[in-house]
Design a protein around this ligand. Structure first.
Ligand code: FPP
Length: 226
């Protein structure tokens, strides 16, 4: 046992808001709203997890295919979340980071995010939020930059990914019983452990994260060696 087995960076595909709402005979928007509450609780527990970074898949580049009303609901939740929780991030030493093509979001959200990034820049634990994020697009962008700089190698691509300044991904969690990556952190997950749970995102709590981290600490990672 030792600090070697402790996860530094966990990423989560937060899935099942819609099914949670359906099960409770509520509108989908309520599922997303409860999903934000689950995010809030997790961020509040970040310090006690010992993690350096938590990365959350909040809006994928494929989510634009959803009905306009649902996209509007998700964007409004984002606006409200930043507005209400930013002071808490600052007080709790949380650094916000955004990955994905987020500059393509509505200008007022981009402005709010830029302001939030600036205010939280000195935080010691990172909350990375994937917005308008697609992993294949991210890899293509990074490869173009690597090529423009002279050489395409795994190292030069990695150095241009949105996550270049984050610790290596240790553990990837997906909720709601789905077992796929859905264009999330494909490159970064090369040696990550996976943890799948049937729990729907609005019901995911810091205790579930603690259970995943406990199991992670017991796993033996070989990185292709033996
Ligand atoms: C999946 O549920 C969830 C999403 C597409 C969005 C995740 C967003 C949040 C939890 C809220 C916003 C986050 C922040 C950080 C403010 P689904 O709708 O695909 O559920 P279903 O598969 O059961 O229909």
């Amino acid at each position: 046992m030792g600090s070697d087995n402790r996860a530094r960076h966990v990423a989560i595909i937060m899935d099942g808001n819609g099914r949670w709402a359906k099960r409770h005979h509520l509108p989908r928007a309520m599922g997303h709203q409860r999903g934000v509450e689950a995010v809030r609780k997790l961020v509040r527990s970040l310090d006690s997890t010992g993690l350096e970074c938590l990365t959350l898949y909040a809006f994928s580049s494929e989510n634009w295919k959803r009905p306009e009303e649902e996209i509007g609901d998700l964007m409004n939740l984002m606006r409200r979340f930043i507005k209400s929780d930013l002071p808490e991030f600052v007080a709790n030493d949380v650094r916000l980071k955004i990955i994905g093509d987020w500059k393509g979001l509505d200008p007022d959200i981009v402005k709010m995010l830029e302001d939030a990034l600036e205010q939280t820049a000195k935080g010691s634990r990172t909350l990375a939020v994937a917005l308008n994020y697609g992993s294949q697009q991210e890899i293509a962008r990074a490869a173009s930059k690597a090529a423009a700089a002279g050489e395409i190698t795994p190292e030069t691509i990695a150095a241009h990914l949105d996550t270049a300044d984050l610790p290596p991904l240790d553990l990837l969690i997906r909720t709601s019983g789905e077992v796929r990556l859905s264009n999330f952190l494909l490159w970064q997950a090369a040696y990550a452990e996976m943890w799948f749970t049937d729990v729907l995102w609005p019901e995911f709590t810091p205790r579930h994260l603690a259970a995943a981290l406990e199991e992670f600490a017991k796993r033996e990672r070989r990185y292709g060696g033996r």
